[in-house]
Design a protein around this ligand. Sequence first.
Ligand code: COA
Ligand code: ADP
Length: 585
Amino acid sequence: MASESHHKENLHNLQLEDEGQHRNPSEVKMSQIVLPCHANHCGELSIGQLLKWMDCTACLSAERHAGCPCVTASVDDIYFEHTIGVGQVVNIKAKVNRAFNSSMEVGIEVSCEDLYSGRHWRVCQAFATFVAKRTDANKVQLRQVVPCTHQEQVEHSLAAERRRMRLIHHDIMQDLLNNKTFQRKNHDEDEALPTERTRVESVELVLPPHANHQVNTFGGQIMAWMENVATIAASRLCHDHPTLRAIDMFHFRGPSQVGDRLVLKAIVNNTFKNSMEVGVCAEAYHGDEPLRHINSAFMTFEVLDEKGRPCPLPPIKPEPQEGQRRYQEALARKKIRLDRKYIISCKQTEVPLSVPWDTSNQVYLSYNNVSALKMLAAKNNWDLCSKKNNVSLYTVEESQSLCFRVEFEMEIPAQRAFILLSDISRRHEWDQHYTLCKLLLRVDEDDFIYQVVTPSVSKGGQYQDFILLASRRPPCDSGDPYVIALRSVALPSHPPTEEFHRGEVVCAGFTIYEVSKSVSKISYYNQASPEVLPYISTDIAGLSSSFYSIFCACSLFIIYISYTMAIQSAFHRNNKKQYSLKVHK
Ligand code: COA
Ligand code: ADP
């Protein structure tokens, strides 16, 4: 009964969304007119002030969902697309995309409005994580967010993958920074500017207006102070007005309270052709207590000419030891930033096929792989094209692509289907299109790179091969599917050979939903590239039903293997029992 009324409510919300009327219950909006007191000496809104407004809006949204005080735990990368002038209006919208246990992801959108022309444009988008503060010894368990509209469903699904990425971010960065392949020699000493002159140290006393009613310093206030010292460091290098372009993902390691002294330190770590990286560190102390590390952030600045084009920047000469290390690490971060921007901020259809895989972009390629599949699965314009027994074939035709989905339910626990289907090296056992599948690289415990060989579509034609990244993800919580995502990547160690025609997969994979303890709904998705299209086009045209025979083979494989596994484990149990009986005798 409850689920029926919930279903009705969802339908109602979807209808409202179509009519543009649905409002997410956690949504909070803030509009501010930019006054001279919010601006820098060039009449542009200071990014520090913007960060305070963004953090405040997001915190109110998090607290509306949580029903208790929340603190900023982290903020993902932010790219600022435009500056905002005095007299313009800043509109900020924040809503909770997903709640996990005690933390939640808040999506923040910032746009600017010119009151005279009525024009609106996007300034940036950010994802912040807020944690509900524990009241006693126990962690707060937040209620789940129920996505109502199609867009909310997409964000809810992607939030799980973004969370995964931010929780491993620190370790990934450490591994990459230790990777010596990023090292480069310093510039010619003569033309390089010493960085020491850019060093800034500044102290702030945390007063009640900087904190919430729980006396915790606002994350946005700390970010604003950090941006202030970073801007001073950048200005000391360029002797001009620097514009903040991006802030890398960061984490508030520990809280700060009213009465704390915050020490903020910044220095230019490196300059590139048209941009520079400034690092900032925030530490707190109280009385004689030792310094507590609160936060470190890396900000990218540019200097723009009167036409808004970035100007070249001089090379720098870092200080020995720490300065040298930061100089090298800034290079590694620059490479990672470029990869991330290239892979993540591209629209799904614009991400090139077969992006070269390497350790520095691995985490973003995996994110792209899983999010592309989740977005394909979340499309709301799937058409049923054909059905045979319990196997259905759906398609979505869009201007640039044709996607298909094959779906069936079978009697198998979802987790077991996931284990069996995510072992791509066994796929040739049920899919005649997979002649061979070789594991090339085990990236981590959830991501693998395979070479897959498939027969030619035309008679007597050349065999094709694909280099596929397979990313498997168990559900983040109940109601989520198991996901196995596949996309092409290019591996420098495995270039195309004359033996095979190299094919490419844009986006493919499985989602597996638990229908009941023993029944799963298995969906196979594929955004058909020219290499894949001929296999399925006759099915879509209704001339054949090869999808049916393949998926019958797939379910037979799953049943057969899980039956074998069940027999084996019964055999082991039996052996163990007999062994323990013998021991006892
Ligand atoms: N990014 C996003 N979320 C993170 C995170 C990060 N880098 N690190 C931890 N979290 C999440 C965890 O996933 C967990 O979420 P869950 O409960 O939904 O599973 C939650 O934070 C709590 O994690 P836990 O392991 O219990 O605590 P912790 O010791 O890692 O502490 C904070 C995490 C955020 C509570 C702690 O670092 C803190 O108090 N930071 C300061 C927050 C603050 O005061 N900010 C305002 C400015 S100072
Ligand atoms: P790391 O040194 O590994 O980069 P930290 O958290 O110590 O990490 O510092 C973050 C950034 O803050 C540094 O990259 C640097 O740019 C800046 N920073 C740290 N310490 C100082 C300092 N004493 N003076 C000026 N800037 C500093």
